[in-house]
Design a protein around this ligand. Structure first.
Ligand code: HEM
Length: 365
């Protein structure tokens, strides 16, 4: 059974049924069942996030640490990303969505016209970066996850370091200034930690939200009845966003490293072994979800793992949910007139993410 990057679901179903845990050619353990994936994500005392990342600026960021250090660093950055603070951004995010959609004519590439620029513009706005720098931001974030083509890390770090120094000299009302000033138990972020966190925001926040929007539109083009239901009752968009996250999860899985010898999912894992937990498969597990291959816009409860679980649960989840809800609400105006253009859909070039490079559509008048 082959892994299809645009539709890995038949492969996952086969694996859950026949080989729910495998050891691959690289020696990594791969887990496909919901219960195992959830255990791996939540049990940080046995499954560490301190997997080797080389000497990159992302090593030692929250994503790559365990408690107690993880919790301390996360507390320093938690406030601006908390749900109540993110809700205050609703007006700004809606204005960005409307600005982007106002430029759409008879044809549109949902990815490049909306799904890519939206999260980049929102995070740049939060950080207080000039609009003119946005195109660089997108290029850097693509390069970081390997779908760009250049190694532009040095450029990005130099750019961010300069912005940090400007704010240290004269603080503003923006996220970089807030992070520079935040103190937990008498501790502040070091410059390296701040840089790492800013880069992490780019990597963790941009490609993922782009794929949430792209995957949602793709699903609605396949299921026009869903568009009708959402248009008739826009309050359903909130639960539908959760279902889009489950149905086509932007992040398909995460790595951990075993901290001790243990038995999990019926196999003996040794201390130091790398473990990969397939979130995309867990979210379609028939043992956990009724009719897992059906898209159910009002599915409740919906205990999907698209934002992870446990101490590393996505810090940007409230922001991603807000962007997803506002983008899809606005798109509901266009979707009844939207049709997929002739094209061969191509997967984005990183197997950990699920998404398409382009999604060209035509809008009838
Ligand atoms: C639909 C969009 C998104 C998805 C599907 C997603 C998914 C995830 C997942 C699965 C994790 C857990 C990683 C792990 O356990 O190792 C995570 C962590 C994280 N995400 Fe997101 N993310 C999204 C959007 C965002 C946004 C918009 C931001 C910020 C601007 C963000 C920032 C982070 C950060 C900082 C972490 C690390 C948290 C920690 O380790 O404590 N994410 N995300």
């Amino acid at each position: 059974m082959e892994y299809d990057h645009l539709n890995p679901y038949p492969f996952y179903a086969y694996m859950r049924r026949n080989s729910p845990v495998i050891r691959d050619d690289m020696g990594n353990w791969q887990f496909f069942r919901y219960e195992d994936v959830r255990k791996i994500l939540t049990d940080w005392s046995r499954f560490s996030s301190r997997f080797p990342m080389g000497d990159t600026v992302l090593s030692g960021t929250v994503l790559n640490l365990d408690p107690p250090r993880h919790d301390k660093l996360r507390a320093l950055v938690a406030d601006p990303f908390s749900a109540p603070n993110v809700e205050l951004l609703e007006g700004r995010v809606r204005a960005i969505v409307e600005e982007l959609l106002s430029e759409v004519g008879r044809e549109m590439d949902v990815i490049t016209d909306l799904a890519v620029p939206l999260p980049v513009m929102v995070i740049a706005d939060m950080l207080g970066l000039p609009k003119g720098d946005l195109w660089k931001f997108k290029e850097w974030s693509d390069d970081l996850v390997g779908v760009g083509g250049r190694d532009s890390m040095g450029e990005l770090l130099e750019y961010l370091q300069r912005r940090i120094e400007e704010r240290r000299a004269s603080p503003r009302r923006d996220l970089i200034s807030a992070l520079l000033g935040s103190v937990v138990e008498g501790e502040k972020l070091t410059d390296r930690e701040l840089l790492g966190f800013l880069v992490l925001l780019l990597v963790a926040g941009n490609e993922t939200t782009t794929n949430l929007i792209g995957n949602s539109v793709l699903t609605m083009l396949e299921r026009k009845d869903v568009v009708g239901r959402l248009a008739a009752d826009p309050r359903l968009v909130t639960t539908a966003v959760e279902e889009f996250l489950r149905y086509r999860s932007p992040v398909q899985g995460v790595f951990r490293v075993a901290k001790e010898d243990m038995k999990v999912g019926g196999v003996e894992v040794k201390e130091g072994d790398m473990v990969f937990a397939w979130i995309g498969s867990a979210n379609r597990d028939e043992e956990k979800f009724q009719d897992p291959d059906q898209f159910v816009p009002d599915r409740r409860p919906n205990p999907h793992l698209a934002f992870g679980a446990g101490v590393h649960t996505c810090l940007g989840a409230p922001l991603a949910r807000l962007e997803g809800r506002l983008a899809l609400t606005a798109l509901l105006r266009l979707l009844p007139r939207m049709k997929l253009s002739e094209q061969k859909l191509e997967p984005i070039g990183n197997w950990i993410f699920l998404g398409v490079r382009h999604l060209r559509v035509e809008l009838s008048s």
